[in-house]
Design a protein around this ligand. Structure first.
Ligand code: PEP
Ligand code: MN
Length: 262
């Protein structure tokens, strides 16, 4: 609850970036790490746009077992190099307990995906790790279920936790999910944790991403997690919702009008 830390949890990273402070922290990058060239170019563009974190999945939770499953640890190595070259921090998804240990040297934040929000054994294990985590809301999870999943990590002693609204499944099918912007102020009210918005998975269509990114920040988000690809039409996953680099630049300039941005 917020009464645990009325002023809110602040997470400090090695390069001086603070999540949960006065500034909104931007994280962007491709859905998946696909190759050295792709992640290097992505890192350069993400840094130039003013974001502080590079995102990119190396272990991918794909709806179909026949879709690209990610590059694994090899992908994390090239992502770390690309991030370091451009002064960025790394956020990437962990899918299972056995991946935690091998991932540790290469990453700054463990992303727990929507599909794993109730993988309680994974959450419990992440509670014992001394590395920041970002927990995404499950596709059909209530606020209470998000809070109880967060509790699995917190109760292990890991307080460096961020929550993330990424859209929920409703009767509406025009957008990929329904971005529940209201979850942002609700989670801010009920918890002391920094809250992020992921407008990319929230709407699933790149032309709608900027509106929901702006709405998330207006609603009080401490940061955004966004998909951007150097060549979205060739992306191996989530191309339709990935911003073009120029779109990310333009969006970040608009976000700066709304709130102080890191
Ligand atoms: C992702 O960030 O690429 C991802 C798979 O997100 P989610 O778990 O929200 O679907
Ligand atoms: Mn994705």
């Amino acid at each position: 609850g917020r009464n645990f830390r009325p002023e809110g949890t602040k997470i400090k990273f090695a390069n001086g970036v603070v999540v949960g402070g006065e500034e909104v922290v931007l994280m962007a990058g491709p859905c998946s790490v696909e190759s050295k060239e792709q992640i290097n170019l992505s890192a350069k563009q993400v840094a130039e746009s003013g974001c502080k974190f590079l995102r990119g999945g190396a272990f991918k939770p794909r709806s179909s077992p026949y879709s690209f499953q990610g590059m694994g640890i090899e992908g994390l190595k090239i992502m770390r190099e690309a991030a370091d070259k451009n002064g960025l921090l790394v956020i990437t998804e962990v899918m299972e307990i056995s991946q935690i240990e091998p991932m540790l040297p290469y990453i700054d934040v463990f992303q727990i995906g929507a599909r794993n929000m109730q993988n309680f054994n994974l959450l419990r294990e992440l509670g014992h790790v001394r590395k920041a985590c970002l927990l995404k809301r499950g596709i059909a999870a209530t606020i209470e279920e998000v809070l109880l999943s967060a509790e699995y990590i917190l109760s292990g002693g890991n307080y460096d936790l961020m929550l993330c609204e990424r859209g929920i499944r409703t009767f509406e099918t025009y957008t990929r999910n329904t971005m529940d912007v209201s979850a942002i102020p609700v989670l801010k009210k009920l918890t002391h944790l920094p809250v992020f918005g992921d407008p990319s998975h929230g709407v699933g269509k790149r032309d709608l991403v900027p509106a929901l990114a702006l709405a998330s920040v207006a609603a009080g988000a401490d940061g955004l997690l966004m998909e951007m690809h150097p060549n979205p039409d060739k992306a191996m996953s989530d191309g339709a919702q990935s911003l073009f680099p120029e779109q990310l630049n333009k969006l970040n300039a608009q976000l700066k009008q709304l709130a102080p941005i890191v």
